[in-house]
Design a protein. Sequence first.
Lengths: 113, 113
Amino acid sequence: MPSIDHTLSALADPTRRAIIAQLSTGEQRVSDLAEPHHMSLNAVSKHIKVLEEAGLLVRRKEGRTHYLSFDPEGLTEAANWIERTRAMWFRRLDALEAALLADDANQEKRGKR
Amino acid sequence: MPSIDHTLSALADPTRRAIIAQLSTGEQRVSDLAEPHHMSLNAVSKHIKVLEEAGLLVRRKEGRTHYLSFDPEGLTEAANWIERTRAMWFRRLDALEAALLADDANQEKRGKR
DNA sequence: AAGATATTCAACCAAAAAGTTGATTATTAT
DNA sequence: ATAATAATCAACTTTTTGGTTGAATATCTT
């Protein structure tokens, strides 16, 4: 069970986000994923491992080659946290607005009196 | 201009997410934010700085005390990245499904022949 | 003017992250 | 059987991170 900590820190690295983007067209081998990045194959292999442990990638082995694909399920917890946080904020804003409106109404009354 | 890297790695720390949660009820002083965490005030002060630099918090100084509040705007870039990524995946799934349906149709034809 | 309070700055430390190179394991091709 | 290919493992280095303590700065209170 990958935690939200893992997911978010996995996503915080640009190379890893690039790898995810590379998988938009479907599964890719480790070497294919590594090719565009100017760093060793080993380094990319490690990035893949991090993404995998974060639940963002799944690996399918076929002989000596490993095929990686993106698992969107890995994103949901993080996405939910962000949306919840925004929502809590908008509730706050709404409350504020309501308070302002109530105040306006009071002003109105006082003005008419 | 805080990058998405900054935002995501800021959010990857549980203490920092907790701080954001603490701000759901409105602005708080540094010491108030620090109080529930079992670590030094200095440590929390640093976490706040990280969140601030990531564009997730804003600081208002009033005399010697600093009031922090959450800035939901800081979340949008990260939220967009995640949503875009999910969307790109669902497009892929849709394409796949379409292909399968087309295949089914072919099977159907062949069956009837 | 002193002292208390709110906060940051600076220097340090230990652990984790991101990269490297070299060796190892498995699998496939000649 | 040998050699080539696909990938990981292991050991090491450098940088970054998350924490500490102690000193400094700024403001408020008496």
